[in-house]
Design a protein around this ligand. Structure first.
Ligand SMILES: Nc1ncnc2c1ncn2[C@@H]1O[C@H](COP(=O)(O)OP(=O)(O)OP(=O)(O)O)[C@@H](O)[C@H]1O
Length: 252
């Protein structure tokens, strides 16, 4: 299945909004990813198809090794499929050069990882500011404004000058979420964002991500082992051995 033009009818009626068909934020078509390990071949993804409308919270669940991270990396343009295609807002990633892919990644994606990946010698505000500095197109005033906006969104405006080691795990992950959102991406990719948090703090982070999706209309794709996500996600895909074996759609 390919993304259709807006004049065509989409077969999946749950993808329609009140104005009719909308280009999905993400479309994954027949994606296969094989890795060569010595003389052996590992098939990490065996023909994945999924469509994610804008502004949805999608969770990929499944055992370790089921292919969640591989799929996230391919959706986020960090890796390329062996065969198959990924479309972001209707644009195929396979036609893009490495440079174009990097540009698209920086402008349209935000990434959140299990390990927070904050720079310890930088304050919360400086960590959040980093993607704006890398983009190189924002004035100092705009950077400061966006950083405070992102930190306020995650409830940490008062912690702007603190270093990561002065913060709890949950607070550090919230800083990482602010950093991922500061460029106002269309798509947020989160790989096990609650994996290093206790269950109560994990739920706070899930709650925050739900709020972010509802308020900023970002599309969120998250890989997780955390069963608590069922309460927060719109769509759950269960993965096993590189395939989607079950889809649960919770909202229309
Ligand atoms: N770079 C790589 N080289 C070789 N094999 C890989 C590579 N990356 C992933 N794999 C293999 O692909 C399969 C899927 O791995 P992947 O990391 O996507 O699973 P996962 O569901 O995210 O697991 P986890 O929950 O442990 O992160 C596994 O068998 C893994 O060993």
């Amino acid at each position: 299945m390919r993304p259709e033009s807006s004049s065509q009818t989409h077969p999946d009626s749950w993808l329609l909004d009140k104005d009719g068909f909308k280009q999905p934020a993400i479309q994954v078509v027949d994606v296969v990813r094989k890795y060569k390990v010595g003389s052996e071949e590992v098939q990490a993804l065996r023909g994945i198809n999924l469509t994610v409308p804008e502004g949805q919270f999608v969770a990929l669940m499944g055992r370790s090794g089921s292919g969640k991270t591989t799929l996230l990396n391919i959706i986020g343009g960090l890796d390329r499929p062996t065969t198959g295609e990924v479309f972001i807002s209707g644009q195929s990633l396979s036609n893009l050069s490495e440079g174009e892919l990097t540009k698209l990644r920086r402008s349209q994606f935000g990434f959140v990882f299990q390990s927070f990946a904050l720079i310890p010698i930088l304050s919360a505000a400086e960590n959040v500011e980093l993607p704006l500095r890398i983009a190189g197109k924002y004035s100092l005033r705009e950077r400061k404004q966006r950083v405070m906006e992102a930190l306020s969104l995650v409830g940490l405006a008062k912690w702007a000058e603190h270093r990561p080691y002065e913060m709890s795990g949950g607070q550090q992950q919230r800083v990482a979420i602010a950093r991922a959102l500061v460029t106002r991406p269309k798509i947020l990719i989160a790989d096990e964002p609650t994996g290093e948090l206790d269950s109560k703090t994990g739920q706070m982070v899930l709650n925050l991500l739900r709020k972010v999706v509802d308020e900023s209309k970002v599309t969120l794709v998250m890989a997780t082992h955390d069963p608590a996500v069922e309460e927060y996600a719109d769509v759950l895909y269960r993965m096993q051995d590189g395939q989607i074996i079950d889809t649960l759609i919770k909202t229309m």
